[in-house]
Design a binder for this molecule. Structure first.
Ligand code: ADP
Ligand code: MG
Length: 227
């Protein structure tokens, strides 16, 4: 299929924005496009004739994220840490397809997350700061485990000021809890329960002891097993 034909399919994608922090809902994705992932701003799709490429298509009302993400990719240039931006059109970007499960998938599937990945994300964050950008919104669904290494996706917030603390919190959790659950499948309900608690306690961070208590209560309420 020609590039024009593929982009005309991409232009027909119909997405519904969700309020709050919920993922966008794909209403219609024409075949043979396939969804690779969804986030709170966009859906990411692939075409079988261009397996090395993805199209990140933004939901209505997320034009600012589209414009910002484009600027950030231009400023980042090429690096080992991020996808390559190959182009774009109104409301979508064309990026390199990055293989590998997200760290979120690693937790639900019991795939071990090596500690080197945590160090590499730190290195990527330093690289981002050196480019005069602010590495924000780095969480489990925005980091891929690629052949044992970290790859970061979703750079749309790097122009915004302020520290969101999300990655620092995850690093703490990695050091304190991860050795206890390494290789275990953590049900999505448990991960979502933790996210919910994190949001509710935003202004009054819980102590690590309290986190541990809540986490294991959630975990014991569900049936979990090793892969
Ligand atoms: N370049 C890419 N290659 C492979 N998968 C990707 C790529 N970019 C995003 N994804 C997948 O799509 C999901 C949503 O993309 P993301 O850029 O995070 O969207 P949003 O900005 O809406 O959060 C990601 O969590 C990831 O699973
Ligand atoms: Mg995302």
């Amino acid at each position: 299929m020609s590039w024009e034909q593929i982009t005309s399919l991409v232009n027909r994608i119909d997405l519904e924005s969700s309020p709050g922090n919920h993922p966008v809902v794909p209403r219609m994705v024409p075949e043979p496009l396939e969804i690779v992932g969804v986030g709170t701003d966009a859906a990411v799709v692939r075409h079988p004739d261009r397996w090395d490429t993805v199209f990140k298509v933004y939901a209505p009302g997320r034009e600012q994220a589209w414009a910002d993400e484009q600027k950030v990719y231009k400023r980042l240039g090429e690096s080992p840490w991020f996808p390559v931006m190959k182009g774009g059109g109104p409301g979508f970007l064309v990026l390199s397809h990055e293989k590998g499960p997200t760290l979120y998938d690693c937790l639900t599937e019991g795939i071990p997350i090596p500690s080197g990945v945590v160090d590499e994300v730190e290195e990527a964050r330093r690289f981002v700061r050196e480019k005069g950008l602010n590495p924000r919104d780095i969480h489990l669904k925005n980091v891929l485990l690629q052949n044992g290494h970290a790859k970061l996706v979703d750079v749309s917030e790097y122009l915004k000021p302020g520290e969101d603390g999300r990655w620092d919190y995850l690093v703490q959790a990695y050091h304190r809890f991860y050795p206890l659950i390494r290789g275990k499948r953590i049900p999505e309900d448990v991960l979502e329960g933790i996210k919910q608690t994190y949001r509710e306690c935003g202004n009054h961070p819980l102590s690590m002891v309290e986190w541990k208590r809540r986490f294991f209560t959630l975990l014991s309420q569900t049936d979990h097993s090793s892969p």
